[in-house]
Design a protein around this ligand. Structure first.
Ligand SMILES: [Zn+2]
Length: 637
């Protein structure tokens, strides 16, 4: 087949063909129709969205021999010359290669002369943000007092780099990314005219990859045509342009939502094996989750450029997952993207993230669960030591319309005392928790009076029994948890299993290894982490002796003369006299483990301690029971 330069061949020649920029076209059309054409325009927007094309069309509209018109004829000499770039009155200047003040002085000189044969002299300056400051200043003079026969059209991808003095003298048009649906229509039209057989699914691949740039879409199409000939299937296009196959993203999504991690992992294996970037893949996954959330929230989906079958799958998944789980998945996956960027083996991170997502329990019946949780936190007489024996408080019952209110909202009872299945009102009375009218000391739960009549006179309740309960419990009855030791002390104790540290003023003022490394971190942030990985054989005012115990990476880093010199220089500053730093292969008997290990051991101990404490908390126990789960992990905040 013949070689195509689609982008050039299909460059829009009039405003009708300019895809996706109706807002621009509309305003320009109005200006031209009313004859009120500004003398300087600024077209901004990302690459390939039609800025330069629009500038040329505008030039034709201004200079068409058939008169100022929104629809230039395209046939007169002026129109043809502008299309070909040979009009003597339309100057296309590349801002990137004409940045100097001299270039602009030349321009100012030429501005003074009338156009050779057209209505206007038109200067199109592309990438105008590349001009130097002095060039901008020179340009400003012309913009301040433009001759009536001159028009400027500036185009830029980076409007923020243009001085405000220039901006304020231009009429600005922001070109947007071309919407998928409009791009699809235009590309379909092109492909039909070129007699290339390509389905809309394959075109959607191109459109997604082009991210709203028509020119990119055309280049990708060309690439695909060069690879596949004139019969392009979705698979072939994906292969040709090296896109991640959405099918695998969808598989991963199904794996997560339907808790079938094996499907997701298989998809990742494929994508990884095919040599795709896992960050790209994971970003697509996050994007899909966002789209599912959009669907789940019932928002319009016209921005989702997908085939009907894809949409059907997405609707099904959105329904299956529900908005809350989707949020959770999204936050896992988007955190994973950040982790992947620095991970030595990204695939492990992604696999683990997928497993984590598919282990997320369904959050069904959320409002019911929330209600139960609220009642626990609000007023249940929790007895920390006897977790099985708690009662969830029913809402206080008004004396008169008791029957009626109970019908509307029966109390939730998870009560130890065997309650006879009687009328709701009686049950409610039975489990009425014995809340004291005023905070300080709650009496132990009274034995439920099963036979109490429903019309029992209501006790005067405090307005917020919940608050008073919590107050009471915290001030009077702290849970008898075995790990209620102040945390600092515990941390130190837990620190003990480490091999014995040399006596280096631990915890006191003065030099210590930890302090040394900490201060080194300010001096040389690259070196300090290396020392954190060293075993400390000795740390005295004469010598620091380190052992890396087989950790060659860190050992050779420190051993490098320039790094060793830095370490010595710092040590000299620290001790105020020169000091030896030695690297040895043998651990001394009471070597101190590396600081990084100490830190992680400390953190682990602290977590363990928190876990124990949390597991002993009666309220957490109750929550765990309601959710029918277990206490998995505790996060340090
Ligand atoms: Zn014309």
């Amino acid at each position: 087949m013949s070689y195509l330069v689609l982008a050039r061949k299909w460059r829009p020649t009039n405003f009708k063909e300019l895809v996706g920029q109706q807002h621009v076209v509309q305003t320009l059309s109005n200006a031209i129709a009313t004859g009120r054409v500004h003398h300087a325009f600024l077209f901004t927007g990302c690459r390939g969205v039609g800025k330069t094309s629009a500038a040329r069309i505008l030039a034709k509209a201004l200079n068409c021999e058939e008169g100022l018109s929104v629809n230039p004829c395209g046939k007169c000499t002026n129109c043809i010359e502008i299309s070909e770039g040979s009009s003597p009155d339309v100057y296309e200047i590349d801002g990137a290669s004409n940045t100097s003040v001299d270039n602009i002085r030349e321009l100012r000189e030429s501005v003074r002369y009338l156009p050779a044969k057209s209505r206007f002299k038109i200067y199109i300056i592309d990438e105008v943000h590349m001009l130097s400051t002095s060039a901008f200043n020179a340009l400003l003079k012309t913009l301040e007092e433009p001759p009536p026969h001159v028009k400027f059209i500036f185009a830029t991808t980076e409007p923020q780099k243009i001085p405000i003095t220039i901006l304020s003298r231009c009429q600005r048009f922001d070109f947007r990314r071309v919407p998928g649906s409009e791009m699809l229509a235009r590309l379909t039209e092109m492909m039909q005219a070129e007699k290339i057989n390509i389905g809309s699914d394959a075109l959607r691949v191109i459109i997604r990859e082009s991210q709203g740039s028509m020119r990119d879409a055309q280049s990708l199409l060309e690439q695909a045509i060069a690879f596949c000939g004139d019969d392009l299937s979705e698979e072939r296009v994906i292969e040709a342009i090296g896109a991640v196959d959405r099918h695998y993203v969808e598989e991963a999504l199904i794996g997560i939502v339907e808790r079938k991690p094996e499907r997701a992992i298989a998809a990742i294996n494929y994508v990884y094996g095919a040599g795709h970037d896992l960050v790209d893949f994971t970003s697509l996954l996050a994007e899909q989750l966002r789209d599912l959330a959009v669907i789940s929230a019932g928002l319009p989906m016209d921005q989702l450029e997908r085939s009907e079958s894809e949409l059907a799958t997405m609707r099904r998944l959105a329904q299956a997952a529900g908005p809350i789980d989707l949020q959770r998945f999204f936050s896992f996956i988007s955190a994973t993207i950040r982790e992947l960027r620095n991970a030595p083996i990204p695939k492990l991170i992604l696999d683990m993230a997928i497993l984590r997502c598919s282990a997320v329990e369904h959050t069904n019946n959320l409002s019911a669960i929330l209600n139960e949780l609220r009642s626990i936190y609000a007023g249940a007489p929790v007895k920390p030591s006897v977790p099985d024996d708690y009662t969830i408080k029913a809402p206080p019952i008004a004396p008169m319309p008791a029957e009626k209110s109970m019908e509307q909202e029966p109390p939730k009872v998870i009560a130890k005392p065997e309650l006879p299945k009687t009328k709701p009102a009686e049950i409610a009375v039975a489990v009425q928790p014995p809340l004291p009218p005023s905070p300080p000391s709650p009496p132990p739960p009274a034995a439920p009076e099963l036979s109490a009549p429903a019309s029992m006179p209501p006790e005067e309740e405090p307005p917020h029994p919940a608050d008073s309960y919590i107050l009471a419990r915290e001030s009077v009855a702290p849970p008898a948890s075995p790990v209620e030791v102040p945390q600092k002390e515990t941390a130190k104790e837990q620190f003990a299993p480490m091999p014995q540290a040399p006596a280096l003023n631990p915890g006191q003022e003065g030099p210590s290894w930890a302090d040394f490394v900490k201060q080194l971190n300010n001096y040389d942030p690259a070196l300090a982490p290396v020392l954190e990985h060293a075993y400390l054989n000795a740390f005295t005012p004469d010598v620091i002796q380190l052992c890396f115990k087989g950790n060659d990476f860190y050992r050779s880093y420190l051993a490098a003369p320039e790094h060793m010199k830095k370490a010595r220089d710092f040590a000299e500053k620290y001790f105020k006299h020169p000091i030896k730093i030695e690297i040895v292969n043998e651990l001394s008997q009471n070597a101190e483990p590396p600081l990084c290990e100490q830190a992680s051991a400390k953190a682990k101990n602290r977590l363990r301690e928190m876990h124990q404490k949390a597991a002993g908390d009666a309220r957490i126990k109750a929550v765990v029971e309601i959710l029918d789960g277990s206490l998995e992990s505790i996060k340090m905040l």
